[in-house]
Design a protein around this ligand. Structure first.
Ligand SMILES: [Fe+2]
Ligand SMILES: [Fe+2]
Length: 150
């Protein structure tokens, strides 16, 4: 039973990571649009804050998975998370006072860095987690004892 529970936990974690990546993409979509259409400064600042907070939380989820499963590229992966957060913090710092001077191209460049991370290190982490995930219960093992006959 423990193996089944572990398997479900990894499935749930993989699903959560995929949803997080989707949300991240939508937040960047909204920020690019807000910057292009010169929306209110407060909206742009709020989206920058949301993207940073979401990324921070998401990176904590991935770090916990890496730690719990002994992922061999943890240090490299965490360093890249820190670099991505630093880029977001820098972008936010330049927009805290006065007008938001961030351009759509600058937002897109940050987004490209996040998406490259997903394609490279997150994909590698996902493959590792699939490899360490136990085989489905019952695979190659005898099935459960039959129930009482009626
Ligand atoms: Fe990551
Ligand atoms: Fe990720």
């Amino acid at each position: 039973m423990a193996l089944q529970r572990e398997d479900r936990n990894l499935d749930a974690a993989a699903g959560l990571i995929a949803v997080d990546h989707e949300v991240q993409g939508r937040l960047f979509d909204a920020l690019v649009e807000a910057v292009l259409k010169k929306r209110r400064v407060g909206l742009c600042r709020g989206l920058l804050r949301d993207i940073e907070e979401h990324a921070r939380s998401h990176f904590q989820t991935e770090a916990a998975l890496m730690r719990d499963h002994g992922y061999p590229r943890t240090a490299e992966h965490v360093r890249q998370h820190e670099a991505l957060l630093a880029r977001l913090s820098e972008a936010r710092a330049g927009s805290l006072d006065g007008p938001v001077t961030l351009t759509a191209d600058e937002v897109q460049a940050i987004r490209d860095a996040f998406e490259a991370h997903v394609r490279d290190l997150d994909r590698d982490l996902g493959a590792f987690l699939r490899d360490v995930s136990p085989a489905p219960a019952g695979a190659g093992a005898p099935g459960p004892a039959p129930g009482p006959e009626r």
